[in-house]
Write a protein that binds this ligand. Structure first.
Ligand code: ZN
Length: 502
């Protein structure tokens, strides 16, 4: 490596260190705001967070950063981690630079108005209250897409933010077979299947004991409590404050023991991804994971593939019964069946494995249409309800349970939804490979050895952080890019069995 490269690389890494310090402070402020901050603290906190965010933004578009990126971009003497860092930080630099600064400020103002309007509209269940601001938010996103640039479809430019390399064309290639198989399969479950009995999990469960159950579940999957915490919040999330400080939050419902348990497993899956990355990936700002979809695949792996599987319950039912004695006489199989009931509902976050992706397809199609200008904001409530009926066979009775129920559009997260679906698809494809590598996986899990799965994930996914983009990562792991047939096979086999379809 040449002397000038060494100097430039040192300058680059010093710059990232400064960014890391600010983003770590921001993450901690935000975690505290959701978990422990007293309500009146919000005024001072928003000023502090706002100032830090502004400082971070300045660092992200600093001309000296641009110069080091340019100097290092084509340097093949860098390690693959360093090259990946230059790729990602360079992309972020170009995207943020592309938007005029006055537009960023205007957008921030409109966004806070849009959030307030959305909350009010949902409260009143009246889309008209949100419509003018949503129209503006869509317009901003369309302009952002133009500034970012794209080849085929403006939505591609927005997808890139969350799922590097994803495009409308690729998305359609995975969505179409899914839709063709899942919609009729859901109908068959409803008309020909026998739903599992959910009474085994119904009851009232003290929140203190649910918290204990969440801790036990997190310990089982190898979450490191010396490098993390578990706290209560209204909307659960996981946050990596820094290397060796990855925090999980959770929520408990008194009448639903599964909500807190699966919430903990889901967030624990995200946390394991971050706890499994070496420190140098944090230094290079590669700790966000390969993409939102890959991050979601790791949470779904733990929540669904593990937590909603029979081997897990074979081991975990006695653990559950230890904390909640009312489960003593209920078999692992009965719990397994009860936690896998399929219910088409209006609410995405409550959706089961079969219907979840249908919720996402609907949103992805509407978003792509809005951004391309093919769908008008005014038509959304009707389009939403029509698609809900077509995909899920249910029609929301009002806007609050329909077009207004997700927060994403009010904060301008256009392009984010597909990640949730992609997570489910990636994980099924990974599992096909995991089963080849670990043929006795089910027996090991049933015996309580969950770590055999976690070790595999750490080796093939976690420790790589954002070094590889999703397509490359999936090809390295499974030998092919994303293919939704793995998910279709998984869902059809599992739920045909549970619902007694032949
Ligand atoms: Zn998640």
């Amino acid at each position: 490596m040449k002397g000038t490269t060494v100097d430039t690389l040192t300058t680059y890494k010093e710059h990232l260190k400064e960014m890391n310090i600010i983003s770590s402070a921001l993450a901690l402020l935000s975690w505290d705001q959701e978990t422990h901050m007293p309500p009146h603290g919000i005024t001072a906190r928003s000023q502090v967070s706002g100032r830090f965010a502004k400082h971070l933004f300045k660092l992200a578009i600093a001309p000296e950063l641009g110069e080091t990126i340019e100097a290092l971009a084509a340097d093949s003497s860098l390690t693959i981690e360093e090259q990946a860092s230059i790729r990602d930080i360079g992309k972020q630099y170009r995207r943020q630079k592309a938007i005029p600064s006055e537009m960023i400020e205007e957008h921030a103002i409109i966004r806070s108005q849009a959030q307030a309007a959305w909350a009010e509209a949902r409260e009143q269940s009246d889309f008209a209250v949100f419509q003018p601001l949503l129209t503006k938010m869509v317009d901003y996103s369309r302009r952002f897409a133009d500034y970012y640039g794209y080849e085929d479809h403006p939505y591609d430019a927005l997808l890139e933010e969350y799922e590097p390399g994803m495009t409308v064309e690729k998305l359609q290639a995975v969505i179409e077979p899914l839709r063709e198989q899942l919609v009729p399969f859901l109908r068959r479950l409803a008309t020909e299947g026998t739903p599992p009995d959910t009474t085994p999990i119904e009851g009232s469960y003290a929140v203190d004991q649910q918290r204990e159950l969440a801790r036990v579940a997190l310990q089982l999957i190898g979450y490191d409590f010396d490098a993390g915490t578990l706290d209560d919040v209204a909307h659960p999330f996981t946050t990596a404050i820094a290397f060796d400080d990855v925090r999980v939050t959770n929520r408990y419902l008194e009448n639903q023991v599964t909500s807190g348990l699966f919430g903990a497993l889901h967030e624990g899956g995200h946390a394991l991804y971050n706890q499994g990355m070496p420190e140098n990936l944090y230094d290079l700002r590669l700790d966000g994971g390969s993409s939102n979809g890959i991050h979601e695949s790791q949470s779904r792996m733990i929540e669904n593939l593990l937590g909603r599987g029979l081997p897990f319950w074979t081991y975990f039912q006695p653990v559950l019964a230890e904390i909640f004695p009312q489960f003593r006489d209920i078999s692992p199989e009965a719990v397994y069946r009860a936690v896998n009931v399929v219910t088409p509902s209006f609410i995405r976050v409550e959706a089961d494995e079969v219907t979840y992706n249908l919720h996402i397809m609907l949103r992805a199609e509407l978003e792509a249409g809005l951004i391309a200008g093919e769908i008008q904001v005014a038509d959304l409530p009707e389009r939403w309800n029509e698609a809900m009926d077509r995909y899920l066979g249910v029609t929301p009775p009002n806007d609050a349970l329909g077009v207004l129920h997700d927060v994403h559009w009010s904060v301008g997260y256009f392009g984010y939804f597909p990640s949730y679906m992609l997570g489910n698809l990636y994980v099924s494809q990974m599992v096909t490979k995991i089963r080849q590598d670990l043929p006795n996986l089910d027996e090991r899990i049933a015996a309580g050895d969950v770590l055999v799965l976690i070790e595999w994930l750490k080796k093939h996914v976690h420790q790589l952080g954002a070094v590889y983009q999703p397509d490359e990562l999936m090809t390295r792991i499974t030998g092919q890019t994303l293919d939704s047939s793995h998910f279709i096979r998984y869902v059809e086999a599992k739920y045909s069995d549970i619902y007694g379809l032949t």
